[in-house]
Design a protein around this ligand. Structure first.
Ligand code: ARG
Ligand code: ZN
Length: 872
């Protein structure tokens, strides 16, 4: 039964103070709650009090000290209703819960023996009876009682105010969080943990203790997270004027965690993979991810915690804004062009696919069955794109003033997306009503563009036509307000031309406001025929079509002043070649590599690159998943064959240049995750990939040497991946074994070991997956393992989509089994199956059959929602 945004009602009762006592026990933790409750002034006397509560054993309930009679309340599997309550009162309950039996990892659970919590979105109701909704905000006081030996460390939100010894080897700590917060930001951690401590002085001089809590053996893996945290804290002060507001800030690393991390007030809980790094165990990519996630969770302290969401439909209010903030932070501290390229490459593959599938939804959904299914790329990443457009439309100054206004006006409140956009409208004076449609309409808008140069009048006419596809929830989407950033480059001179629009000079780079279904922009005083550079920096989350020729793209590849669009030209050029080869493969015609594309790559390799990381991205071919997004019907085999053909052709044609590049970027300086080093490693490893595509002994020797040298995980993993994916078992087997033996003790490295084996294109991968599922290091209960093995396999295009359907069956079996343990993970894992409409008839019916098989089982709400949408 879906919940609708339009049904929102403010809470009839508020909780102002929440006092909790946890007496920890794996099988029967006792939770006592004392809530100070007030009826909302607008609510009628006699309105029943409703408290959420699931999987709780209720032992006692009283109001103002009086135990309730049995007929004074009603309980079902969702919650508790008390019919008659005063206007203001104290409610006390006592419940029992079983953390050790909690495999869903929502609420209070155990991971490697330690206790931890995950409450967003609706996990708190598995801890105690409570109005578990974000618009109920209370001040929390929490006492945690545990075994002094097994749980020497007892943590909760805020500041510790009292601690002491108890009988029977037990002890307690009491924590107070002075900032009112919704229940989803509650956190508790207890266990045998060690901590690394640092300090930070805020801009107003507040001294903050920073702690990262980990299992003893991980103490050497926290440096990068701590450094990232301090940089993020400073950045938020400098860019947004936001200061930290408690005396301590804690991060805890947990092995079993459904997602990346969680911004609980003052006590962020992290998936170990999102916080621990070491040059020997984590790749450059992992270092960058840790930096981004640490910053993301920290930034939530304002965008999320101080100002939170009125209801879960507003999720993007905090997530879109916070992702935008963490993206900007990373762009500022590293190569900003690289950051944008990486984000856009990912976005256009994964979010576009979501937006084109049966689970497509607007950035602000209008209904849901299970909110955990809505922590999506659309809410997060498209939400961030929408905030980015807003910033670009109103300009940074008005945006920053709007942000200040938002934090000031709504501090301590639970608000809506309208409240946020309203602040931006107010400080900029702009009408953003059409812009709001970005939050309301699902589907990826497409822009068809074409241009004409008129020599006689020195005019360039650019016509943009927009359309948004109809989706399940929206039959007739309306035109959006789309910022199209662009420039014109003189085809002869190679220079950016000054833009004159409606008689106004706009410099060499401008933002067009597309509001109508179709608009023509006439540029005057255009002295020479131009090549347009459109949608610079991916100024809007749309698909842009422009009839670029290969010559145009080869030109933009080197001449565009916008680094992002130089990369974009490389991708478009590769796509043109790939599309021809896909067609050739399908028609059984001999494949021929387009020499113009080879020439363009040669030019790139010959010119010295300012930004090595960006050059590496330009040399990287679009992924199979990205290519698939551009096909009306996905032909996995043709895509794979075409892409391999291009890789090999480039490798053969440019072998010497790649080897030179490889050698020029080798270095044995000590590892540091600096932009310079990352760029160099990235370039070197792309070159190694092409050298391995040639399949000659010289390339293999370089790769083997890089693996054996073992300088850092970035280099080792790339070498190992190439050896394993080469299809040469004489190379792959010994390397895999050596790596697996060396790192058997490190679960995060074993995750990488699992995933690189099942992403190879060779046909025996399915058996390998089955074999690895029985490996002692694998467990269906650990989300990281599920993602590494099964999630990666489902992204292995050729093997998951085997024509015998065995890949689909394997995934469906896993979904069914996992659903009994962890519904959130099960629902996430089945995503690739929901995309069945994109494939040929044979695969469609195989995928549908598996979906039907899942549907016939007793299911969680999570999987039920996914499967019904997929088949719907
Ligand atoms: N708010 C967290 C973050 O983005 C994620 C919480 C996800 N919750 C969930 N049930 N998946 O930082
Ligand atoms: Zn977040």
């Amino acid at each position: 039964q879906p919940v609708y945004l339009s049904d929102y009602q403010p809470p009839a009762y508020r909780v102002t103070h929440t006092a909790l006592t946890f007496d920890l026990d794996p099988a029967r933790t006792c939770v006592e709650a004392r809530l100070t409750v007030e009826r909302h002034p607008d609510a009628e006397a006699g309105t029943p009090l409703y408290l959420h509560g699931e999987q709780l054993t209720l032992e006692a309930v009283s109001i103002d000290g009086e135990p309730l009679a049995d007929d004074a309340y009603r309980q079902n599997d969702k919650g508790l209703t008390i019919d008659a309550v005063p206007a203001a009162f104290t409610l006390e309950t006592r419940v029992r819960i079983a953390p050790e039996a909690n495999t869903a990892l929502e609420g209070l659970y155990q991971s490697n023996g330690m206790y931890c919590t995950q409450c967003e979105a609706e996990g708190f109701r598995r801890i105690t009876f409570y109005p578990d909704r974000p618009d109920v905000m209370a001040v929390f006081r929490v006492t945690v009682i545990g075994d002094a030996r097994r749980e020497p460390v007892l943590l909760a939100n805020g500041n510790p105010v009292e601690r002491g010894e108890l009988d029977g080897g037990r002890h307690f700590v009491t924590w107070e969080d002075p900032h009112p917060k919704p229940a989803y930001l509650f956190a508790l951690v207890a266990g045998d943990l060690a901590c690394v401590e640092d300090r930070f002085t805020t801009m107003s001089g507040r001294d903050v203790t920073l702690q990262i809590w980990v299992e003893e053996e991980n103490l050497g893996k926290t440096d990068h997270a701590m450094a990232s945290l301090k940089r993020a804290m400073r950045w938020d002060e400098e860019r947004y004027g936001r200061e930290y507001d408690l005396d301590r800030f804690m991060i805890v690393a947990v092995n079993d965690f459904n997602m990346g991390a969680m911004e609980n007030k003052g006590l962020n809980i992290f998936n170990a993979a999102a916080v621990l790094t070491h040059p020997d165990t984590a790749t450059d990519g992992a270092f960058q991810q840790v930096e981004g996630i640490v910053a993301h969770e920290y930034f939530h302290n304002w965008s999320g915690n101080r100002v939170t969401c009125r209801d879960w439909f507003q999720l993007s209010l905090k997530e879109g804004f916070t992702v935008f903030r963490d993206q900007s932070f990373t762009a500022d501290s590293n190569s900003s062009a690289l950051k944008r390229i990486q984000d856009v490459a990912f976005f256009r593959t994964a979010q576009f696919a979501e937006d084109a599938g049966p689970t497509a939804h607007p950035v602000r959904p209008e209904s849901y069955i299970e909110i955990t299914n809505f922590y999506t790329l659309t809410v997060y990443e498209k939400g961030a794109e929408v905030v980015r457009m807003l910033k670009n439309l109103v300009g940074w100054d008005a945006f920053r003033r709007g942000s200040d206004l938002y934090f000031e006006r709504f501090d301590g409140q639970a608000v809506t997306i309208e409240d946020f956009v309203g602040c931006m409208a107010e400080t900029s004076g702009q009408d953003l009503s059409q812009f709001m449609r970005w939050y309301q309409q699902a589907g990826t808008p497409e822009i068809d563009a074409h241009g004409e140069y008129d020599y006689v009048n020195a005019e360039y006419r650019l016509t943009l036509r927009q359309r948004t596809p109809a989706t399940a929830g929206q039959q007739a989407p309306e035109p959006l307000h789309i910022p199209v950033r662009m420039g014109l480059i003189g085809t002869k001179s190679g220079h950016d031309l000054t833009l004159t629009l409606d008689g106004e000079k706009r410099g060499c780079d401008t933002v067009l406001h597309l509001r109508e279904p179709e608009q023509t922009f006439v540029f005057t005083d255009v002295a020479e025929a131009p090549t347009p550079s459109l949608l610079r920096h991916f100024s809007a989350p749309v698909k842009l079509h422009f009839p670029y020729s290969r010559e145009d793209l080869a030109f933009l590849l080197t001449q565009d002043s916008d680094g992002f669009n130089r990369w974009e030209a490389s991708q478009r050029l590769a796509m043109l070649a790939l599309n021809d080869l896909i067609a050739a493969h399908r028609n059984g015609v001999e494949k021929v590599m387009d020499s113009r594309v080879v020439d363009a790559y040669r030019t790139l390799l010959d010119a010295p690159a300012a930004d090595k990381a960006v050059l590496a991205e330009m040399l990287r071919l679009p992924s199979e998943a990205y290519i698939a997004e551009h096909q009306p019907l996905v032909d996995v085999d043709a895509i794979h064959a075409a892409r391999e053909f291009v890789r090999q052709s480039l490798g053969f044609a440019l072998r010497d240049a790649f080897e030179t590049l490889y050698r020029a970027n080798q270095s044995d300086e000590p590892y540091a995750p600096t932009p310079e080093q990352i760029g160099r490693r990235s370039l070197k490893n792309v070159a190694l990939g092409y050298l391995m595509a040639v399949e000659d002994e010289a390339g293999i020797a370089l790769c083997q040497a890089q693996f054996d040298a073992g300088h850092n995980m970035t280099d080792v993993r790339q070498a190992l991946t190439l050896l394993v994916h080469s299809g040469r078992d004489d190379l792959s087997a010994p390397a895999l074994k050596a790596f697996g033996d060396k790192w058997a003790h490190d679960p995060l490295v074993m995750d990488q070991w699992f995933s690189l084996q099942v992403s190879r294109p060779q046909a025996e991968v399915l058996d390998r997956v089955k074999y690895l599922m029985a490996h002692p290091a694998f467990s269906l209960r650990n989300p990281n393992k599920v993602r590494a093995l099964l999630g990666t396999f489902a992204q292995n295009r050729v093997n998951f989509h085997r024509l015998d359907g065995a890949g689909y069956t394997l995934l469906a079996d896993a979904v069914i089994e996992l659903d009994r343990l962890n519904p959130e993970m099960a629902a996430g894992l089945m995503t690739p199956l929901t995309r069945w409409r994109r494939f040929d008839d044979t695969r469609q019916s195989l995928m549908r059959a598996e979906l039907e098989r899942i549907k016939d089982r007793p299911l969680s709400a999570n999987v039920f929602e996914m499967v019904s949408k997929a088949l719907g």
